[in-house]
Design a binder for this molecule. Structure first.
Ligand SMILES: *Cc1c(COP(=O)(O)O)cnc(C)c1O
Length: 462
C-alpha cells in the first residue's frame, strides 16, 4: 500500500488512532513507532530504509519467508472465484475440503479432523468447549477441569488467556475463568535450583499427577501444553519431562491438547513438535505457520475418537463466521505445498538446523550467556550476571533483555526479549549464509549489551 505521509506523520497518526497489542501505548506514542513497509525473504525494510534481518519470522509465523508471489496469486484467484462462503448451514467449499484433507494426511496417527478458526486463540477457545462437551457427551459431565501451566502461552481470548499462565494477563480482566488450573513449568535454568535437569523434568511432570489426584481424575478433562514453550521464553524441557507426562495422561484417561501454534509446520525440524517427544495428542492447536502469516487462519486437529463423539452428540453449538475462510484455506494450502515440495521442513532438520545449533550453543562462551538452547529453528539464551550460580540481575527483570533487544534492532536484527531471555525463530527458509549474518549480529549485540550494562552498573547479581 502506497502513502504520501512522511514517517513522522505516520507515527503521529498511529499514536493518535491505533491501540497496539501488548504495548504501553503512551510510552510508544512518545517514542514513535517503527513502520515496516516491505519485506523479502528473511529481510524487513522500514520507512527509513533500514534492512532488518527478521530473526522472529514476524511473530513466529512467516515460515516460507516474505515475498512469495504464489500465495498472493492464489489469494487473488480465490477472491475472484469465491471470496467468501460459510460452512455453517450444510454447505462447504473446495478450499475447506482440500485443506482439511491435506492436514489429515500431514498429521500423524488418527488426527483426521479439523475445526477451523482464524487464529490460535480462537482455536484454543474452541478446544475448551470441545473437551468439556466431549466428556459431557460421553456421560461424564463432571470431567470439566483443564490443567495448564504457569508461563504457558495459548492466546489472548478469554479461554485461551485462561489456559495461559501469564500472570500479567490474568491480572487484567479477571482471569483465569473457573475450571482452569495451573502447574509449574519445566524451566530448569530459572527454577531448577540444585536439582539436575533430568530429575527436575521428572519433578515438574509429577506435579501433573499430584494435581490430578488432588482434583480427582473424574474431574479432569484435559491437559494443555506447548511441546516447547514459545512466548514464555523458548523453554525446551529436559528430556525426562514429556515421557513422564505421557505416562500420567494415559494412566488417568485425560485428553492431551498439544498447542502447536509455534512448533507446528516445521519449526523444530518435524512437521509437528510433539513428534520429538512421543506425545500422542487428542487435539492439536494450529495457526501461525499454517499460512506463513500471509492470511489469518487457525484450527484444531481432532482425533477420530474425539470427532466421533462430537459428531454423534447432536449439534456442536460453536463456530466463527470465518471458520474455513476460502481465501485463507487456499493460501494455507499453497503454503503447505511450498513447505513440502521445496523440502523446507527437511532442510531445517538436516541442514540449517544442525548448522545453527553448533553456533547457537557456542554462545555460552559469551560472558553474558548462561544456557543456550535450540531445537530446529527455535532457540533461546538466558542472560545472566553470573552463569556459575545461574543468577538473575539485581535490577528489575527484563531491563537487560530489553536493552539487548534495542541494541539488536539498532544492529538490524530482530531478536525478541522475554524478561532476560533472548529468543529467535527465523523464517524456515533462512540459508546458512544468512545464519552466519544472524550470528554475527547476535555476537555484536551481546558485546555491546555487555559494555553498556558494565558502564551503567547493571552487571550485578540479585
Ligand atoms: C501465538 C500463539 C497462540 C495464539 O495465536 P493467535 O493467532 O495470536 O491468536 C496460541 N498458542 C501459542 C503457543 C502461540 O504461540
Amino acid at each position: 500500500m502506497e502513502t504520501n505521509y512522511t514517517t513522522e506523520q505516520l507515527q503521529r497518526l498511529d499514536a493518535a488512532h491505533h491501540l497496539h497489542p501488548f504495548t504501553h501505548g503512551s510510552a510508544l506514542g512518545a517514542k514513535g513507532v517503527r513502520i515496516i513497509t516491505e519485506a523479502d525473504g528473511v529481510f524487513l525494510r522500514d520507512s527509513q530504509g533500514n534492512e532488518i534481518l527478521d530473526g522472529m519470522a514476524g511473530l513466529w509465523c512467516v515460515a516460507i519467508g516474505y515475498g512469495r508471489d504464489e500465495l498472493a496469486d492464489v489469494a487473488a484467484e480465490q477472491m475472484r472465484q469465491l471470496p467468501y462462503y460459510n460452512t455453517f448451514f450444510q454447505t462447504s467449499h473446495v478450499p475447506a475440503i482440500t485443506l482439511a484433507t491435506r492436514l489429515a494426511e500431514l498429521a500423524p496417527g488418527d488426527l483426521n479432523h479439523v475445526f477451523f478458526s482464524t487464529s490460535g486463540s480462537e482455536a484454543n477457545d474452541t478446544n475448551l468447549r470441545l473437551v468439556r462437551h466431549y466428556w459431557a457427551a460421553k456421560g461424564q459431565p463432571e470431567k470439566q477441569t483443564i490443567i495448564a501451566r504457569w508461563n504457558g502461552y495459548h492466546g489472548s481470548t478469554v479461554g485461551a488467556a485462561s489456559f495461559g499462565g501469564m500472570k500479567g494477563m490474568h491480572e487484567q480482566g479477571g482471569l483465569p475463568i473457573p475450571g482452569i488450573v495451573h502447574i509449574n513449568q519445566p524451566d530448569w535454568w530459572s527454577e531448577g535450583g540444585d536439582t539436575s535437569p533430568e530429575e527436575f523434568g521428572l519433578q515438574r511432570a509429577r506435579e501433573l499427577e499430584e494435581k490430578i489426584l488432588e482434583l480427582g481424575e473424574d474431574k479432569v478433562a484435559a491437559f494443555i501444553a506447548e511441546p516447547i514453550q514459545g512466548a514464555g521464553g523458548v523453554i525446551i524441557p529436559p528430556d525426562s519431562y514429556w515421557p513422564e507426562i505421557n505416562r500420567i495422561l494415559k494412566k488417568y484417561d485425560i485428553l492431551m491438547i498439544a498447542d502447536e501454534v509455534i512448533c507446528g509446520f516445521g519449526r523444530t525440524g518435524e512437521w509437528f513438535g510433539f513428534q520429538h517427544y512421543g506425545i500422542e495428542p487428542d487435539i492439536v492447536t494450529i495457526a501461525k505457520a499454517l499460512s506463513s502469516g500471509y492470511v489469518p487462519i487457525g484450527g484444531s486437529l481432532v482425533s477420530d475418537e474425539v470427532a466421533a463423539v462430537i459428531n454423534d452428540s447432536g449439534e456442536f453449538n460453536h463456530g466463527f463466521t470465518y471458520s474455513a475462510h476460502p481465501v485463507a484455506a487456499a493460501v494455507a494450502l499453497e503454503n503447505l505445498r511450498i513447505l513440502k515440495e521445496e523440502g523446507i521442513v527437511d532442510r531445517v532438520k538436516e541442514t540449517t538446523g544442525p548448522y545453527i545449533k553448533e553456533k547457537w550453543e557456542a554462545l555460552t562462551d559469551h560472558p553474558l550467556v548462561g544456557e543456550a538452547k535450540i531445537k530446529g529453528l527455535i532457540a533461546s539464551i538466558a542472560l545472566t550476571p553470573d552463569k556459575s550460580t545461574r543468577a538473575k540481575f539485581a535490577g528489575e527483570e527484563g531491563t537487560v533483555g530489553t536493552l539487548c533487544r534495542d541494541i539488536c534492532v539498532a544492529n538490524n536484527l530482530v531478536m525478541r526479549a522475554v524478561g532476560d531471555r533472548m529468543i529467535i525463530a527465523p523464517p524456515l527458509v533462512i540459508t546458512n549464509d544468512e545464519i552466519d549474518l544472524l550470528m554475527e549480529r547476535v555476537w555484536q549485540s551481546l558485546d555491546q549489551t555487555y559494555e553498556r550494562i558494565q558502564a551503567e552498573g547493571l552487571l550485578q547479581a540479585a
